[in-house]
Design a protein around this ligand. Structure first.
Ligand SMILES: Cc1ncc(COP(=O)(O)O)c(C=O)c1O
Length: 374
């Protein structure tokens, strides 16, 4: 939907600095495997407080390489959240491993550590918690479980740039491979793109090699010593990312401001649950503003009524295990993960991006109030 048609769900903030840096890359002729990749990685690792970062072509590519790096392979099981974007489960299938779902916490909407531990079998190889909607997953609990059972951890931080754990460390700084995404709706965007932050130099070398067709840095152009992929992020994309990093703090603040407008404007709508407040020192990195409608409300009707008023909204997120591919391939059915299914049936994403004005948020709130009241 264009701006003229109403309020879109998301809108990236890009401008002159991006254009200038991209123009420089184009003039340099070094469009891929060049210095902008290294610079973007350095800036990103520094911001997050991670030892290393590896730029990749998407969040999905990063999750795939991170799972390989922690040793997931044929026949393994990876425990993850059914309340996520489908990529976090699909990546296990790329390695002929099986995504095993466990239910979520009804407040944070993140994978529930106790449910994850209960799902461990002799085949479990890794845990893949997702920092959903930018709210930090309970990593200390997952790290204890992983240590007890000898498992790897990959963090899906695709929605969580700017999120902070209770101990003050940023999401992505704990040393586990953590994967960020730069699709156009994310906190920063490179159009498409991703970044893996991590603490282990051998894993960093492996990911660098596997994103580049399995070539080590000291090897010749057409020599490859392992299986790899083309998961590179171009210097053009990295130049956009570098410009976005320069405004990241402002972008995060602007998102938090819009979230504050929503909290005020939506207060008091009967039966409407808002995203959980930050708890116990954890801080959300704002990505989307998703509300939970009252049980039994006609969500599709509300989406239609908001659209009539020029406001985009979207059921978000659907439960992964109930998607047709997962039903057909794995025989998944309703009732397996009741918390996730309840949340997924009631969730609605509202327009949310830096620069959305207080008046516009109030207009969305008014429209939602009237739509819910009908
Ligand atoms: C939770 C989550 N995981 C994974 C991804 C995949 O990232 P990408 O679209 O960059 O491949 C996304 C992005 O939409 C996401 O939100």
């Amino acid at each position: 939907m264009s701006e003229e048609e109403g309020l879109p769900l998301a809108k990236p903030v890009v401008g002159v600095p991006e254009e200038q840096l991209v123009a420089e890359v184009l003039r340099s002729g070094h469009l891929s495997l060049g210095p902008r990749v290294i610079e973007f990685e350095r800036l990103f690792a520094e911001f997050v407080g991670a030892r290393f970062a590896a730029a990749v072509s998407s969040g999905t590519a990063g999750l795939h390489l991170a799972l390989r790096a922690v040793g997931v392979g044929d026949g393994d099981e990876v425990i993850t959240s059914p309340f996520s974007f489908v990529a976090s489960a699909n990546v296990a299938l790329y390695e002929r491993a099986r995504p095993v779902f466990a239910d979520i916490d009804p407040v944070t909407l993140n994978l529930d550590p106790a449910a994850a531990e209960a799902a461990i079998t002799a085949r479990t190889r890794a845990l893949l918690p997702v920092h959903i909607f930018g709210y930090p997953a309970d990593m200390p609990a997952f790290e204890r479980i992983a240590a007890r059972h000898g498992l790897g951890i990959v963090e899906d931080a695709c929605e969580a740039l700017g999120a902070i754990h209770a101990d003050g460390r940023a999401v992505g700084a704990r040393g586990n491979p953590a994967v960020f995404g730069f699709y156009a709706n994310k906190q920063i965007t490179t159009g498409e793109g991703g970044m893996v932050t991590l603490g282990d130099p051998d894993m960093k070398a492996r990911i660098d090699s596997e994103r580049n067709q399995g070539r080590a840095p000291d090897m010749g152009w057409l020599d490859h010593d392992r299986l790899g992929f083309n998961y590179r992020l171009s210097d053009i994309a990295c130049a956009i990312g570098i410009a976005q990093m320069a405004r990241l703090k402002g972008l995060l603040k602007a998102r938090a401001l819009v979230a504050g407008y929503y909290r005020d404007a939506l207060a008091g709508i009967e039966g409407l649950d808002l995203p959980c407040e930050d708890q116990g020192g954890n801080r959300r990195g704002w990505f989307v503003f998703v509300v939970q409608l009252q049980r039994g409300v006609d969500r599709d009707g509300i989406v239609r009524r908001l659209a009539e008023l020029g406001i985009q909204s979207k059921p978000y997120l659907p439960a992964i295990h109930l998607m047709s591919f997962y039903r057909e391939r794995f025989g998944r059915r309703e009732g397996e993960f009741p918390v996730c299914e309840d949340v997924a049936a009631r969730s609605l994403a509202l327009p949310f991006y830096p620069g959305l004005g207080e008046g516009e948020v109030e207009r969305v709130a008014e429209a939602l109030r009237s739509a819910c009241g009908r």
